[in-house]
Each structure stands twice: as structure tokens, then as C-alpha cells.
Design a protein around this ligand. Sequence first.
Ligand SMILES: Cc1cc2nc3c(=O)[nH]c(=O)nc-3n(C[C@H](O)[C@H](O)[C@H](O)COP(=O)(O)OP(=O)(O)OC[C@H]3O[C@@H](n4cnc5c(N)ncnc54)[C@H](O)[C@@H]3O)c2cc1C
Length: 334
Amino acid sequence: MTYQIHIANTDYKFSAEPNETIVQAAERQGLILPCACRVGSCGACKSQIVSGEVDLGKYQSFALSEADIKSRLALLCVAKAKSDLTIKVRDVKLSHYKVPGFLTKIIDKTEVAPNLIRLVLERENGRPFKFKAGQTYDVVLPGDQRRYYSVASPATQSTSLEFLIHKVPGGLFTSLLFSEGLKIGDGLRLNGPEGCFTFKTPKGRKALFLCTGTGIAPIKSMIQTLIETNDLEGRDLHVYWGVHTSKELVVGELFEQWAKNHEQIHFTPIVSREEAWKGVKGHVQTQAAIDHGDMTEVDAYLCGNNSMIKAAINFLTVRCGLKDDHIYADSFGG
Ligand SMILES: Cc1cc2nc3c(=O)[nH]c(=O)nc-3n(C[C@H](O)[C@H](O)[C@H](O)COP(=O)(O)OP(=O)(O)OC[C@H]3O[C@@H](n4cnc5c(N)ncnc54)[C@H](O)[C@@H]3O)c2cc1C
């Protein structure tokens, strides 16, 4: 059975098989819908089902809430059509699918800690990058496979992009990156920017940032952008960064410096697997709960491995009263 999908308020129509996601079906026919994680965990593809029925697929509840489902929203990266559909896609530009993205060149690739690379890219044509702090770009690999990476540099820096990338054993892209398979001077095709994990907290409201490992990248971009645009007045920003060993705190000194220079910024590095570490040990959510207690009026930005995000949401909503609609999360998988 093949279903027809119409994108409301446009002339775009495409067909979908029952076993493919709506995003996959669109791409197969030359249409790009906005999405980032492709595993139902970031919310970038959340869209309205105007008519028809979908199988919502496997999604994370922080990316698609009960209220979203009641409002007939779905995550198009995991949802599949169960009938003909009309969908309304928010904030989208639709483009015909040719060769996706644009070419960049690797201008720096440094192993800043064991299994952790700082990658810097410039555009081949010298044009600026335009993104919002917290967003990702995807690296386009052969066979049109994508890998998403959050920009670590501030949005004020438009001539290059900086990423912090952790090695995943046996991983397709990171195996190339952590070998001579990708060298300084080599080209890399990127697509983006994508994602809605951006800073949204109004002045006067406390913002907590809980991240693990390379989840610090979009947080660095957000905080550095606030600093460089002189937008710290009236803000209260608390960063909790969890790593296994202190060697992974590759931008720790920078955050320490920001916390020293700006009373609005507070930084707590947390190390979980190093006996000799004298600072805070354990989990980011536990320390945030100890420091802040009641979280009914705070925003929380959660970024990094999926298990931390799930555990932090469960713990902080129950223990501290953190509200679902004050949670912003970007899951890197794992
Ligand atoms: C929105 C978003 C932003 C991201 N930003 C960053 C970033 O800034 N820095 C960064 O280092 N990574 C980031 N990631 C993760 C990144 O996209 C890749 O998943 C990761 O680098 C592995 O790619 P790979 O091709 O080497 O491995 P793959 O070939 O994709 O995977 C190999 C195996 O490892 C598992 N795996 C994949 N990813 C992970 C993971 N993150 N942890 C544990 N196991 C995994 C897979 O299930 C698979 O079994 C982000 C992911 C998302 C969705």
C-alpha cells in the first residue's frame, strides 16, 4: 500500500511506503524536510498532522510530549504514514534534492585529549556560515549517510566552524576522522544548519545547562555568543559539565575564565571516573539539584548522551519540579 502525502499550503506532494519514515519518503523523491537527529530525540522535525493517521514510531518523550501528541504533532524522522496525509511543516524551506549541502575544507584537526578531536572547517567558497548558537551541521558521507555535529564556536564567528568530536569505536565517520582518512586540507561536505536546541531563556529567569562529554559544544557556542554580543545583563547561567576524566575538560579553563570575569556565569566541572579528582564527582543532575533545589521557575538545557538526558529529566522533574515545557534537550545518542 502506498500513501500520498501533501504538504499543506504548498504544491508539494510525495508518496510514502508503510515501512519508510516520512522524512525518508520525502528525500527519496527530492524533497528535504527539516530534521537533525533522525532518531526521534531532538524535535527538529516536529510537525503537524493536519489529516490522516501516522504510526508515531520510536521517539523520546522529551522530544514529543503527551500534549504534542494530543495536538496531533509527530516527529517526521521516525513517524510513518498509515493513510494518506496532509502535514504542515513549520519553519521550512523545501528544496529539490540535488547534491546536498556545500563543500568545506578542514583547516585544523587536533587531538585535544585522548579520543577527542577539535575540528575546524572553512567554506570552500569563502562565504560566511550563518547559524544560531546551539545548532548542528551534518556531515554528508558516501551513500548520503549523515552524521550530526553541534557547532562549538559562537554564532558571531562566521568565517569558520569549530566542532568537538569524540571517537566512537568502529564508527564510520569518527574512524575516518581519527585516522589519516581525513587530513587537514581535505574537503568535507556539510549540510545545515539544523535543529532547534537554541537559547530561549528570557532575562530574569535562571538557566541551567547540564551536559556530558562533547555535549559541552553547543553550550559553549550559546554562552560565548551571549558574551560576545554583550547580552549577559540580567542573566543567571549555570553550567554543569560531566566527563569521565579531567583530561576531557578541554574547554574547562575557558569556562573558568568566563565565570571569573562575568558574575552571570557559573561553572561546575564534574568528573566521574578519577580517584584523584578534588572537585565535584558523580552526576550532573544530582549536583544541579543540590545547588538549586526548586526548579519550577528555571529553564534546563540538556545535551550529550541519551542516558544522561533521560535520567536528568526523570530526576529533576520529580525531585525539583522542573517543568516539561522548560526543558530543551539535544541527544547525541549512546
Ligand atoms: C543532534 C546531534 C548532535 C551531535 N553532536 C555531536 C558533537 O558535537 N560531537 C560528537 O562527538 N558527536 C555528536 N553527535 C554524535 C554524532 O552524530 C555521531 O553519532 C557520532 O560521531 C558517531 O558517528 P560514527 O559515524 O563514527 O559512528 P556510527 O557509524 O554512526 O556508529 C557506530 C556504532 O556506534 C554507536 N553510536 C553512534 N553514535 C554514538 C554515540 N554518540 N555514543 C555512543 N555510541 C554511538 C552506533 O549505534 C553504532 O552501533 C551528535 C548527534 C546528534 C544526533
